[in-house]
Design a protein. Structure first.
Length: 213
């Protein structure tokens, strides 16, 4: 691994962590809202939330490029925003599933006992939904690690600044004699994705067992 390769790994992890942190608040809010709302407006919101999952990432990146301030585009922060949006549907859907699985009788019982809204959220909702939310965060992190199209458009492919592992791999593949570096980066990408996906599956299994009657 060359210093440039390590820079790409570090930037990838930083972008994925930043994107997951940035997406956490909106994902929890949207997951909770969708878990407790039905009707036309809920369908519209769900449609908008899921849109980045099916849109070509390049389209998402171009849309961001049109709305982001000039000082943000082609920076590390732009990569974080792009990765956060592309992975948002996965985070929201798992958070929503975690909230929907909570027995309403437990919430009603806590309120009858005099617990306020925040006390119910802290003592009942958070422990029961935590594994599903954590699994959503891990899956979002994995998706952010592999983000390519939107990041390339909105953040560029600047070595040492915005070049993530997928972008570095793309660059090496287009270089003469870059086969060895491409293999190294591909292995790193596979390992990072496998660890994130494995963690997500472990958390999902724990949540499924805990939610089972």
């Amino acid at each position: 691994m060359t210093p440039a390769d390590w820079d790409a790994v570090v930037i990838s992890v930083r972008v994925a962590v930043g994107a997951t942190v940035l997406a956490a608040g909106p994902s929890l809010a949207l997951g909770w809202w969708l878990a407790h709302r039905r009707g036309p407006w809920a369908s519209v919101v769900e449609f908008v939330v899921l849109l980045p999952l099916v849109l070509p990432p390049v389209v998402t990146g171009y849309a961001l490029l049109l709305v982001l301030p000039r000082g943000v585009a082609f920076t590390w922060g732009a990569g974080v925003i792009a990765a956060a949006i592309v992975g948002l549907p996965l985070f929201v859907q798992l958070a929503r599933a975690g909230f929907e699985a909570i027995d309403r009788d437990l919430l009603d019982a806590a309120r009858v006992d005099g617990a306020g809204r925040w006390a119910v959220a802290r003592a009942v909702v958070a422990p029961l939904a935590a594994p599903a939310v954590a699994a959503g965060a891990a899956l979002h992190f994995a998706r952010a690690l592999g983000e390519f199209g939107a990041t390339l458009v909105v953040a560029g492919n600047l070595p040492g600044r915005t070049q993530t592992v997928p972008l570095a791999l793309f660059s090496r593949l287009n270089q003469i004699g870059g086969e060895a570096a491409s293999i190294r980066l591909a292995v790193v990408a596979i390992v990072l994705a496998a660890v994130s996906l494995g963690l997500s599956r472990v958390l999902l299994r724990r949540w499924t067992i805990g939610a089972a009657p």
